[in-house]
Design a protein around this ligand. Structure first.
Ligand SMILES: Cc1cc2nc3c(=O)[nH]c(=O)nc-3n(C[C@H](O)[C@H](O)[C@H](O)COP(=O)(O)OP(=O)(O)OC[C@H]3O[C@@H](n4cnc5c(N)ncnc54)[C@H](O)[C@@H]3O)c2cc1C
Length: 375
């Protein structure tokens, strides 16, 4: 689309998570008139770390925000998968961006720092907190959004970035609910001094055994380590009640140092939730509404690709708007480019990482060519 057309485009983004914030950055760089509506009155993220892949960092470089993210993250060279008793299963360098001449690395970041960095680069007044979308009326070439606080907004393009329980998805694209994985995630951040010497470099390690996965993701720039446990549990309550004894039971037989970290945890700091994803959604867009991030393709975290995919969606959407002749064409192009990738990620993220499954994927070797794994 021509710059003049993009500048006249009124865009409403629902949700100020990673997908919404990244879409706001990418689309405002096109010159469009962007507003973000977030239901929460305050932005808060879970205390845990994630890995931002080179392709994600590359998008940040294109958007001029690489340094804002780099200064609150640590570059990492590789990830490793080990048994619960610390025997190596495989080790691999993070996959690079094909053709990258900058040597862009994966960066390990605290989720709170990441959302602060993304929202911090948006112009003042772009994000409207306390706006919970209630209904969305798609009128073809524009839509009307009604919020529970009574605000009514009209936009030429609506981006549904409202997460796994997306109202936009449920009202326009699919009434199927999230799917329970049979697992819980217990996540917190601890001081590196409390990690029993298990976090001495900048590399992510996943320890697996008996259906439990333990992730130790160093956040060196903070002197901390993200300590995450994913464990089998049939209780599908979104925010279940779990005791330290329950957590210790999932770690039976694990390396004593991992058990000790869990034993020392302050349970008030631990985020406890059941893990859900969604089945692939057939269509992500109408002529003037599109889904991004978890709203479009919430996936299990076993490949560590959910937040990364949200950023790449935002980039893909902006590219499509530049390339196509109309919003309608751009949304079709965006879906054609992004959906096959995320359909596959949703599929492989449903595979577990038992030792046997890792050995199936990485047969008989400690370094392998499979690019996508873990966080
Ligand atoms: C245990 C676990 C570990 C994970 N680990 C990783 C990892 O290592 N790497 C990785 O890349 N990904 C990981 N993920 C996935 C990642 O967290 C998600 O993919 C990512 O947060 C999705 O971002 P989003 O912006 O699409 O959705 P969300 O973060 O859910 O944001 C949606 C926003 O929309 C707002 N909202 C919702 N409804 C409305 C409404 N009606 N009106 C207005 N606003 C609304 C919400 O308040 C929220 O702010 C993990 C997920 C889990 C559960």
């Amino acid at each position: 689309m021509q710059s003049s057309e993009l500048e006249n485009l009124k865009i409403a983004i629902v949700g100020a998570g990673y997908a919404g914030a990244a879409a706001a950055k990418a689309l405002s760089l096109l010159g469009a008139d962007v507003n973000v509506y977030e239901q929460a009155s305050q932005i808060r993220e879970v205390g845990a770390g994630i890995g931002l892949r080179p392709s994600t960092m590359d998008r940040f470089r294109q958007w001029g925000i690489f340094d804002a993210v780099a200064q609150v993250s640590s570059p990492s060279d590789y990830f490793e998968i080990l048994t619960g008793t610390n025997d190596p299963i495989m080790k691999e360098e993070w996959p690079a961006v094909p053709g990258d001449t900058e040597g862009t690395k994966t960066h390990l970041i605290h989720r709170g720092d990441f959302i602060d960095a993304l929202l911090g680069v948006l112009p003042e007044g772009m994000v409207h907190l306390g706006h919970k979308l209630e209904t969305l009326e798609d009128k073809g070439d524009r839509s009307v959004l009604t919020f529970t606080n009574g605000t009514i907004v009209e936009a030429d393009l609506v981006i549904g970035a409202d997460g796994i329980k997306s109202v936009v998805r449920q009202q326009l694209f699919s009434d199927k609910g999230p799917v329970f994985s049979g697992e819980h995630a217990y996540r917190t951040v601890i001081s590196v001094d409390d990690a029993y010497g298990m976090a001495t470099d900048d590399n992510l390690r996943m320890y697996i055994g008996r259906g439990t996965k333990v992730y130790l993701l160093p956040l060196r720039h903070r002197g901390q380590v993200s300590f995450d446990i994913t464990a089998l549990c049939p209780d599908s309550t979104w925010a279940p009640t779990i005791t330290k004894e329950d957590i210790l039971a999932t770690l039976e037989g694990f390396d004593e140092r991992i058990v000790n970290i869990a034993r020392d945890l302050d349970m008030d700091t631990v985020s406890i939730r059941a893990v859900y994803d969604i089945d692939p959604v057939d269509v992500w867009h109408t002529d003037s509404v599109a889904l991004v991030g978890d709203a479009a393709h919430s996936m299990l975290h076993h490949q560590g690709q959910g937040a990364n995919s949200a950023i790449l969606d935002a980039g893909g959407l902006a590219d499509a708007l530049k390339e196509a002749d109309s919003v309608k064409e751009a949304l079709a192009l965006y879906q054609a480019n992004r959906k096959p990738v995320t359909d596959e990620l949703q599929r492989i993220s449903r595979q577990g990482w038992t030792e046997d499954e890792v050995n199936d994927v990485f047969p008989g070797q400690k370094t392998a060519a499979q690019p996508a794994a873990t966080k």
